[in-house]
Design a protein around this ligand. Sequence first.
Ligand code: ZN
Length: 111
Amino acid sequence: MRHILCSECTTTNAPYVIQANSLFGCTECPRTIHPRDIDLDGHETWTVSPLGALGYVIDPAHCLTLMAEALDDYMSSSNVYSELTALQDHRDAAMALVTALECGLLLPSQR
Ligand SMILES: [Zn+2]
């Protein structure tokens, strides 16, 4: 999981943590962020670590797609270099999936 950091506290890389009022508050300044204001790219989704820190991961459904694409690439590889690249892509997607699952996100079949 990559933490979402406060843009006002750039020198300390202060993370946001969940508060009792359902907002995320910076650990260094009074700035807060509402979940509806979290703006992420494409297949990223926000989550909260077991310690309450706000972060983002790649959506598990997209991780599975990336893993399947990597396997297809591996099976159609014509040389060792492309095989290794496909295996690395598969490993990266699998690691992203594990991270998302550790953060409590569900597989598409569990939703
Ligand atoms: Zn801050």
